[in-house]
Design a protein around this ligand. Sequence first.
Ligand SMILES: [Zn+2]
Length: 318
Amino acid sequence: MNPTPIARALLACTLLLGAAAQAAAPQVRTQAPGYYRMMLGEFEITALSDGTHPFPIDTVMTHIGPEQIARDLDQAGLRAPVQGSINAFLVNTGSKLILVDAGAGSLYGDCCGKLLDHLRAAGYRPEQVDEVLLTHLHKDHAGGIMAHGAPAFPNAVVRLSQAEADYWLTPANKAAAPAFLSSFFDSAAAAVAPYGKRLQPFGAFGRIESGIEALPAPGHTPGHAMYLVQSKGRKLLIWGDIVHVSAIQLPHPDATVKYDTSEADAQATRRRLLDMAASGQLTIGAAHIAFPGLGRIRASDGAYQWLPLNYDGAPAAD
Ligand SMILES: [Zn+2]
């Protein structure tokens, strides 16, 4: 029997109401756990997000004017404040589990400090980490080694350059530094304190482990280190704070941040590393380029471009 026109209209109303009910599902507004895996030769690399925070570009960037910043951001389709990623990298060599940088811990508030959750979601436990290698002792790289006054990685040795440890852990330097850095000295000392003798700075750059080398990258901080990871001819350079805002510092590598200890050294180091990255088959692991912060650098017309790695849903090989 065919439905009457009234029955047809009722059916249409019911369908419309059903569609409206589906559209009213509450928005969720969370992200998936922030980890991303890649293979580097025989090493497994897991990029870990500690979170993102609104990077205060207008009060932090130096050696670049507000108009140029606005043009650079516009060129990248961005507007201030830009969400800045805090990334760390876990290297499983097959015999050791090594974390490079550890995020902010509790020091940046609710935005961040997610590294431990993401490490667990990635299939590891904090007590499995053998070594934490720090690029430098700023809050958003070293804050996460400590949790509630205890080591966040209870079985790990913490390593960083001796120059970096000397600078931030010497009280006289705090007195001589600008006031806005005072809390950085305090948080650096608090982060490493629970490790006692397991804080083991290296006096000379060079080999840390088989396949992992520490290299100097001074300027942002006096003893800023980066870590070159190599396996089966593949290379990953985990470079710490060489680029803070890629939309600005890749087109304008001379743009610095007020936290740089030596702006001139920071500029020279950034240019040297961007040239090195652009000329070699080098994957970069970047602390503050959009998560997972894994990509390559291309040089073009005196500036540089970031080429993110292609997403690989089954990273059995690189
Ligand atoms: Zn820094």
